[in-house]
Design a protein around this ligand. Sequence first.
Ligand SMILES: Cc1cc2nc3c(=O)[nH]c(=O)nc-3n(C[C@H](O)[C@H](O)[C@H](O)COP(=O)(O)OP(=O)(O)OC[C@H]3O[C@@H](n4cnc5c(N)ncnc54)[C@H](O)[C@@H]3O)c2cc1C
Length: 341
Amino acid sequence: MTFKVRIESSGREFSVQDKETVLAAALRQGITLAYSCRNGACGTCKARIVSGRVDYGSYEDKALSEAEKSAGAVLLCQAVPLTDLVVQAKEINAAKDIPIRIMPCRVMQLQKLAHDVMQVSLKLAEGQRLQFLAGQYIDILLSGNLRRSFSLATAPSTDELLQLHIRHVPDGHFTEQVFSKMKERDLLRFQGPLGTFFLREESDSPAILVAGGTGFAPMKSILEHAFAQGFQRPLHLYWGARARRDLYLDELPRSWAQKYPNFRYTPVLSETRPEDQWTGRQGWVHAALIADYPDLSRHEVYASGPPPMIDALKQAVKVHGLKEDRLYYDSFEFAHIAAKV
Ligand SMILES: Cc1cc2nc3c(=O)[nH]c(=O)nc-3n(C[C@H](O)[C@H](O)[C@H](O)COP(=O)(O)OP(=O)(O)OC[C@H]3O[C@@H](n4cnc5c(N)ncnc54)[C@H](O)[C@@H]3O)c2cc1C
């Protein structure tokens, strides 16, 4: 059974096949709606049903509360139509002409950047190139129909090698392999580019970027792209980590701050170790941001990293004047529900 979905604001229509989610159907037909984790966990794809009925699928309460659901909200990455639908959803035009492809690649280099972070450099087949927006991610495709998401840490203009910063999750199905078994020249397959986390280039508002741990990866891509393009808008990166050893490329943003007058860098540590001899900012990264910017009404905030950091940040910026549509984030949710695209 096929159903029709209409996006109320633009009037664009697409069809959804049996058991297909609204998001998967939209992407398949070249319509990019706001989304991130595709696991029903982050809430980025939240939309409103104007008319029609859906099977809401599986999702976390923090991503869609009962109250929001009663008011018509739905997560498009999980929702499967039961009738034709009209929805209010955010269309993301910048990503609409970029095809999502499945591509083979070879592991060219494995470099440990910290005790639990591996930089994995991937090379595409001869003559192949991945078109993507700085900040987007890819899914590594594994046997058994499993997939794991990782942000691209390189800017689109330097796509000779695609780099990932992979944090070791103890006993994690994939990241355990990266740290124990993966070798240079191994072959992988990925699907991408995915997600709608990228710098809104049409805006000249000051942008605050908040990274937690390996959340630095998409920020590196975004910032290297912004510097290469000569963007002049103010850019302020906060990088939150436990201890000094977790700021695994600390020298890089420090060197950018010397070089680019529109860029500032504030590292923030939450669990310093005696050997750190840290004289910089301490505590939670979102608290440091709010202390520096109690009024966010003129800003955009971009955030990537662990779900607890994203959740705390979302709450904090709400009461400090940030407009709802000016918070962009990739929450590094793990793949507890098979992502559907
Ligand atoms: C859009 C997106 C982008 C991402 N980008 C990056 C990136 O650039 N770098 C990076 O290091 N990670 C990133 N992640 C997170 C990454 O995908 C997961 O950490 C990874 O899938 C873990 O895979 P695994 O097979 O090793 O662990 P699994 O076998 O899936 O997990 C084993 C168990 O470990 C726990 N666990 C796993 N991951 C996490 C987590 N993130 N937080 C808390 N507990 C966890 C869970 O209890 C889980 O059941 C991203 C996630 C998303 C959704």
